[in-house]
Design a protein around this ligand. Sequence first.
Ligand code: PAF
Length: 284
Amino acid sequence: MYLFKKSADLQAFLADYRSRNRQIGFVPTMGALHKGHLSLLHASQDTAHVTVCSIFVNPTQFNESADLQHYPRTPGRDIDLLHNAGCDILFMPEVEEVYPAEYEVPVPDVALGHLAEVMEGEHRPGHFEGVMQVVLRLLSLVQPDFLFMGQKDYQQLTIIREMIRQLSLEVELVGCPTLREPDGLAMSSRNVRLSPEDRSRALAISQTLAEAGSWAAALSPGEIQEKALNALREAGLVPEYFKLADAENLQLVDTFEAGREVIACVAARAGEVRLIDNRVIYPG
Ligand code: PAF
């Protein structure tokens, strides 16, 4: 595995692949890697000729400085994991490399409308501007043919798809399924910060999402939301939202209709740790 810290070195190296029409897959991450990240890497390895993985904890997408400060960082372990998983290239830039002093990296001019106003957009002001800013910047440095991102961050995936569409970027976005621990907890870099007690409380998130699917036969979306929020509170979590949305465009729904897939998205705090998860609860 080749490790680059400077984008000029990465680009010079990739130029050779590009000149030989080799397709480049890109997996952007913020490190603290787990099997979910490795599944993105494997999806890229199955699709492209060469895979670039990046590790960069992007400061502009954190709306709380304490969250940025406590974000887990395990660079040595991450390098070993990627090397052992057969990653071709790791890009690990410093902040100055992504956001150089002499150049203001723009926030992409993308009209997100309600996509950025609901759920994470409502609860984490500025978050998606930061995500779009760094993803577009990384795409411009790596210039991949394929971009692999996880469905656990479903709203992020939807927004990046919309950014690619509006800016007519020449990259194919591949959304990869959420990986779960055997007990159902969605894999997340943040899970390492959970105390044993909060980790067992956090199981209520995936359990409630699974149960909400069975409630859909008898209850309305509004009733499901209420019941789910109560279940999360009873489990000792502090839910921020539990929303039912059209899986295609994230419009919040108040009825179930044939032909419209509905996804339930949740954010809840287990102790100090904020977790998100989602599940399709009505296949449409
Ligand atoms: O999903 C993440 O880890 C981050 O939001 C991403 C896409 C790497 C951008 O910093």
